[in-house]
Design a protein. Sequence first.
Length: 586
Amino acid sequence: MDIFGILTLIGGLALFLYGMNVMGAGLEKMSGGKLERVLENLTSNPFKAVLLGAGVTAVIQSSSATTVMVVGFVNSGIMKLSQAIGIIMGANVGTTITAWLLSLTGIEGGSFFVQMLKPTSFSPILAMIGIIFIMSGKSDRKKDVGEILLGFSVLMYGMETMSGAVKPLANVPEFTNILTMFKNPILGVLAGALLTAVIQSSSASVGILQALSVTGGFTFGSAVPIIMGQNIGTCVTAMISAIGASKGAKRTAFVHLYFNLIGTVIFLVLFYAGDAIFAFPFTDDVVGAADIALIHSIFNIFTTVALLPFTKGLEKLAYLTIPQTEDEKKTAEDVFVILDERFLSSPAFAIEQCRSLVSQMAEMTRDSFLEAMSVLTDYSEEKIEDVIAKENRVDTYDDKITAYLTRLSSENLSYSDSLRVTSLLHCITDFERISDHSINVVENAQQMKKGDLEFSKKGKEEMMLYGKAIEDILSRTTTAFVQNNQTLARTVEPLEEVIDELNKDVKKHHMKRLRKGKCTMELGLVLSDLAMNYERVADHCSNIAVYMMQLKDTQIEEHSFTDQLDEAESAEFTRLLAEFGEKYSL
């Protein structure tokens, strides 16, 4: 093998690894966070968790990605260690699909159908379709499909290139002599583990082994320990991911390591014991790509079946390695722990995590403002303290989520994910401003209490009606956001316009009372300040509703919403305007 053969091998390896990365990224983006939600919600029993782990890994083509995701779930408190174990087992089974796809390179035959099954035949076609989808696709989904097809084609082409580059090594005695060293189980396991630890992908390292198998230098006896080692090596990714994480996340990474270590020991003991007793005739037979895929599948399925009944034992082993502490219990109560850095590599899911926290923030903001309004009619220092505490908590939500979303925005986001991040950032700002207005209302109440001020009977009635309108729009906006209800969001804007008119009428009536001497200047300033805070809250609610609608229609703008309605929407808007106008008229 000359220098040009080595360069070809390196180029093939680069294409292979790049194709696997592109395909995995495309599959994950196409899932849109749904796979992660399935993992999070449907792990009620170990058997179901195994199936889910296998399914998700088969789709995203990476057991490392699934395991790192699970480490993040445990770290953020979304998932318990007992739930994670089944998914980790399933991930090991799901990753075998890649090896079977790569084994297509070994297909031989003269018929047209068999020839078309070879990667060299169908990869160029898939690559062309992928390029067309990427360049002409208007939707993110079409581009994601194109990315998957192109990644798969590059992966297969890289595999063929590697196989072609190493084929001449079959006639090099020195190379075959090196390969015979791997018949020693310990050396084989170490070699497989080291290769996988370096490239951090068992699927990729198995693919490299399949490419090398064309030299004819690998037998079943030498391939088995290498494949065992590759499964151990893939644990490195999860172990690295657990650095700096919670103790629960570290335990999850150790479960992954123990699962593969115990499985390897049991499998090798049974294999070599069986070979010693029955003298397996295939031990010295040369393995091909399909044989390696078969060994890989048998090992992972065997280990999963053998250890599934002992999930509690694996859990205890992890707790013996890293004992539970009192600090862990306190950390579990931190709601912001779900903003885990590991989720940044899965933007769609990370956005969902942020959205769940913004929903909490929205409900807290609503409760805070409604409580602040109640202080006007039922003054209480306890209520005031609670409003201030809620406002401080909302500020914390604002700081934490905004910082996380800002970091997320620097990731490779799809267009739709980018829109969702922008929308959430805008909504967070508006919810935080509404919370600020609750403090202003409390200060108005304190001012009235201190000066022993009281609105006139008519003034009370008007402010009571104004308060009900604000309660209505705030409740509609919060519910619409939490439930992601577009229909309810569309009712906010007509109510906001009614509130604008109501605000003008309240101020106009107040000026009349002021001129007639029925109201003092000091009380007038309080009323004017309250009305301004109420009206600003309605404006922020309007902004939030529009940001929600923009996710469905990017052409909608905050300041020209009514001009962009079609005929049916305009009729509905007019109906709601009249309905709210009648309900909240002075």
